[in-house]
Design a protein around this ligand. Structure first.
Ligand code: ZN
Ligand code: ZN
Length: 783
């Protein structure tokens, strides 16, 4: 039979995921001769065989690729035979400037897990077991191509047994860069927090000692994959309380790690889609509804109806949480930091920064090159048919709240080819975004750019991504706000490098972000319900309740919430009673003592002028009371009015607690005034107060408030549709983390035939802003 040749070029996530051994094994099975090699742009293959063999080979490559790989392009050239005599994996070829995507970190695979608990395996109970299908990636990579010397495993020399596995194309650990064993790899030890940095237990005894300490109620700082966790027994009220006090975290919920699904369903309700997310190789924290009667300490998530839960994702976690009587079956695992600082990653850094927070350190000597927090998501099963909202094969129920470990640095694929751009994102929940070809590399969650440590993490992160993905930006995008640290970073850089930069309005970026991740071509305007707490407006006011009509390039602000003065600025964000009184003032509703924010304010005692007098003056003069159309603040005002919260301890706490009260069976709606494209909440507030005075329950009022918001937005969408015939709606902004509102909104819009775009890959909150900035910059600049 006549032989011929074929040359195949594959791009995507095809390195460090066992792709070459897979190609080798496929060729071996079919008796094909030739070679495979990594290049800096993907994988190249050349083989000889019969037409039938080659077609079967191509089919195998396309359909049975390894679980962690992702093929983005697959090019085939038929060529004359080369008369190869064997099949080989040949040396990598690098071209400067080329790049390949890098795999995120991956939770331990079932094969490695089985080996770790097999007493006859040489890696029995070894907490750093991994293979080409699992283990650390992004957090240990210093540069590309992805080879061991360019990772933090470079300092560990492989023993002969590991080397043999590493060199064998048919082994699961062929070219698994982090491969290691107890003979040659990283080790774990336990230290007391006494400033002496001396190990009190090593290896397996360290793990047993750590478990015993957790059982005894101690707080442990545990070095993980992308940073440190602070851990304690989640059923131990005292331990949880102590952790809360030490972390200066009053009542923001803590994440939990549970050993298995049986434990999860003991404490929470979990739908099949939620279980799928928990079990996914990204192993995010998934927010699940609490099961009444769960014995977990109320202090884990005070005032919440949900728990943030994750399953173990590293071998070390599995060893720590291995079920055994007397050992905690559920751990608080919160990020290892004080309040809002970035999480600690280095041993010495942890010894310094976490010494006052933890009793003991469980450390290891595999360095973390880049910090990466746990990702957080919810499941939203909207009933939207797959295909109406394309999301690249990801489960459409995925609704990210924080995108980091397991997802970053996977790029979002865009509907266009991008020049190299850097979008620096917002001030809070910062991520940045670098683009290249059809990819948007959105960084892991960086945090709030309010302190020096976070700013440094932001700058180092940008350097790292530019190097890893060989991106030299030709332009910059940034937020319109003149005082943001990220804005200053861009302005300095664009001047220094003589490159153009473009300022993007916050809510336009929200709309563009939602469109971009849904691969909207941008050839027609879409209705953007950009609802959130804060974003700098074109007129200098604080925007947040914005109905836009726009594409990537331009937008019109069609409707917005009426401006109210925000007395005290940021102070009002922390103290919703202030916003409530401002809203009452604006609506000409008297401050009567039976209204909870009024009575709260009257009861405040101070040495100087009474806060109510100061507030009154701020409202009268507008001094230190910037105008805002924020939807988040309207939720705050409603929560304060119902007496739910007059002050908050973390962002959006009042709105979250208002949502939890909602009576799901209630269908009533309050009036809302729309005049000259401005939305006035006065009739809503009057109706709420009337209900409150009539003794209607807060659950019913909270439900009616939510119904009103969904109803208002639906009415506006209908108005726009009537005027412009546009029936596509994008939902973006932090307010859409409110699942009750989202559910109501999506149901109504679907019933009325609107096409809906939701976030599935990046958060609806400000964590998705950088993607939108990049999309807008591309369309505004002529590059
Ligand atoms: Zn594995
Ligand atoms: Zn070894």
């Amino acid at each position: 039979m006549a032989l011929q040749g074929v040359r195949i070029h594959i791009t995507g996530i095809v390195q460090g995921v066992g792709f070459r051994p897979f190609v080798y094994a496929a060729a071996d099975r079919l008796g094909l001769k030739g070679w495979v090699r990594n290049t800096s742009a993907g994988v190249d293959i050349e083989v000889d065989g019969t037409q039938e063999q080659l077609e079967s080979f191509i089919g195998t490559l396309q359909k049975q690729a390894p679980p962690l790989s992702r093929i983005d392009s697959f090019n085939i050239d038929w060529i004359p035979t080369n008369n190869f005599t064997s099949f080989e994996i040949i040396h990598s070829e690098g071209k400067s400037g080329d790049f390949i995507p890098i795999s995120p970190d991956v939770s331990i695979c079932t094969d490695c897990l089985a080996e770790m608990f097999d007493p006859n395996d040489r890696r029995y109970r070894y907490p750093f077991i991994n293979c080409t299908n699992c283990g650390p990636r992004f957090t240990i990579i210093k540069d590309i191509p992805y080879d061991r010397p360019k990772t933090t495993m470079g300092s560990f020399e492989m023993c002969p047994a590991c080397q043999a596995e590493y060199d064998d194309p048919l082994d699961r650990r062929f070219h698994a860069q982090p491969v290691a064993c107890p003979e040659c790899g990283p080790l774990v030890w336990l230290e007391a927090c006494n400033g002496q940095s001396r190990a009190i237990a090593h290896q397996d005894s360290a793990i047993h000692a750590a478990r015993a300490s957790l059982a005894a109620g101690k707080i442990l700082a545990i070095k993980g994959l992308g940073g440190f966790h602070l851990a304690c027994d989640a059923t131990n009220l005292q331990a949880v309380d102590r952790l809360r006090t030490k972390k200066l975290r009053v009542d923001k919920p803590f994440a939990l790690m549970m050993p298995n699904m049986e434990t999860v369903v003991e404490h929470c309700f979990a739908s099949p889609a939620e279980k799928e997310q928990l079990h996914s190789r990204q192993r995010p924290i998934v927010l699940l509804k609490k099961r009444p009667g769960s014995p977990l300490a109320e202090q884990v998530a005070p005032g919440q109806t949900t728990f943030g839960v994750m399953l173990p994702y590293t071998p070390l976690h599995h060893l720590l949480l291995e079920p055994e009587p007397g050992i905690p079956g559920c751990l608080v695992m919160t990020s290892g930091n004080l309040s809002e600082e970035p999480i600690a990653t280095g041993n010495d850094e942890a010894r310094q920064r976490l010494a006052d927070l933890a009793d003991e350190f469980l450390l290891h000597d595999r360095d973390i090159h880049i910090r990466c927090d746990d990702s957080v998501l919810r499941v939203f099963e909207s009933g939207i048919e797959k295909g109406s909202s394309p999301n690249q094969g990801q489960p459409s129920s995925q609704y990210p709240l924080r995108r980091a470990r397991g997802y970053a640095p996977d790029p979002v694929q865009l509907p266009w080819k991008m020049p190299p751009l850097l979008a620096v994102g917002p001030e809070l929940k910062n991520t940045f975004c670098l683009t290249r070809d059809q990819y948007a590399f959105i960084s892991h969650h960086i945090g709030d750019l309010e302190n020096y440590e976070t700013l440094r993490a932001f700058e180092e992160g940008i350097d790292h991504y530019e190097r890893l993905f060989r991106i030299k930006p030709r332009a910059f995008a940034y937020d319109l706000h003149p005082d943001y640290l990220a804005t200053r970073y861009v302005l300095e850089r664009s001047q220094h490098e003589s490159l153009p930069s473009v300022a993007v309005q916050h809510h336009h970026a929200h709309l563009a972000s939602c469109l971009a991740e849904n691969q909207h071509p941008g050839d027609r305007p879409v209705i953007g319900l950009s609802l959130d707490g804060t974003g700098y407006g074109e007129d200098g006011a604080i925007w947040g309740g914005e109905v836009l009509l726009g594409d990537y390039q331009v937008y019109q602000r069609l409707y917005h919430l009426a401006y109210v003065p925000l007395p005290g600025g940021d102070l009002a964000v922390r103290e919703p009673w202030r916003t409530a009184l401002a809203h009452l003032h604006q609506a000409a509703i008297p401050w009567e003592a039976d209204l909870p924010p009024v009575s709260y304010a009257q009861a405040l005692t101070t040495i100087g002028r009474h806060p109510l007098d100061i507030l009154q003056q701020q409202l009268n003069t507008g001094f230190n009371a910037p105008p805002t159309s924020s939807m988040g603040r309207l939720f705050d005002a409603a929560a304060a009015l119902l007496g739910i919260r007059q002050t908050v301890n973390y962002e959006a706490q009042a709105a979250i607690e208002l949502e939890f009260l909602v009576d799901e069976t209630e269908t009533g709606v309050y009036p809302f005034e729309i005049s000259n494209q401005v939305l006035h909440p006065a009739p809503l507030l009057e109706a709420m107060i009337k209900d409150l005075r009539r003794g209607i329950t807060r659950s019913v009022i909270a439900a009616r408030f939510h119904n009103t918001m969904a109803d208002l937005m639906l009415r506006i969408c209908h108005r726009i549709q009537a005027e412009s015939d546009i029936n596509e709606v994008a939902l973006s902004g932090g307010v859409w983390q409110n699942m009750t509102l989202l559910e109501k909104m999506v149901t109504k819009l679907m019933e009325d035939g609107f096409i809906i775009y939701l976030h599935h890959q990046v958060p609806a909150n400000d964590g998705g802003i950088s993607l939108g900035q990049a999309a807008v910059a591309l369309h505004k600049l002529n590059l």
